[in-house]
Design a protein. Structure first.
Length: 124
C-alpha cells in the first residue's frame, strides 16, 4: 500500500444539483480525500515542502465547492481532483464526495461518488 495523506469529513454548502431548483438553494456536502505519494522524504526532513499541505488542499475543496456550480457531483469531484493534481502533479487523488440529505425517494442520508485520478504519465 502506498503512503497516503488524507483529509476526512470536510464539509461545505454549495449550489450543486441536476435541476435548477436544486442549484437555487444550498445543500451540504462532505468530502474525504486520499492522496497517494511517497512520504519517505517528509518523514526524514520534517519539511512541508516534502509532503502535502492538507490545509491548502482543504482550502481548494471549499473554494471550488462554494464558489462554483455543477449539475453533477461527478463533475464537482473531477474539478476538485484536477485542481489538487495541478498543485501536486505527482500525486494520485481519490475523492469521495457525498451530497448529504439529497432530495431522493426513501430519504437517504447521503448519495455520492468516489473518483480516482492517477498521476499523469510522464514520457521518458
Amino acid at each position: 500500500m502506498p503512503d497516503q495523506v488524507f483529509v476526512r469529513g470536510l464539509e461545505f454548502e454549495g449550489n450543486h444539483g441536476y435541476t435548477a431548483a436544486e442549484r437555487r438553494g444550498t445543500r451540504r456536502f462532505r468530502v474525504d480525500l486520499t492522496l497517494e505519494l511517497s512520504l519517505v522524504a517528509a518523514a526524514a526532513s520534517d519539511r512541508l515542502v516534502d509532503t502535502i499541505d492538507y490545509w491548502r488542499v482543504s482550502e481548494i475543496v471549499v473554494a471550488i465547492g462554494t464558489k462554483s456550480t455543477f449539475k453533477l457531483i461527478e463533475a464537482l469531484a473531477g474539478a476538485i481532483a484536477a485542481k489538487i493534481q495541478e498543485l501536486y502533479p505527482h500525486v494520485a487523488v481519490t475523492i469521495q464526495l457525498e451530497k448529504l440529505a439529497p432530495p431522493c425517494p426513501g430519504v437517504p442520508a447521503a448519495c455520492g461518488v468516489r473518483l480516482h485520478l492517477a498521476p499523469p504519465t510522464r514520457l521518458p
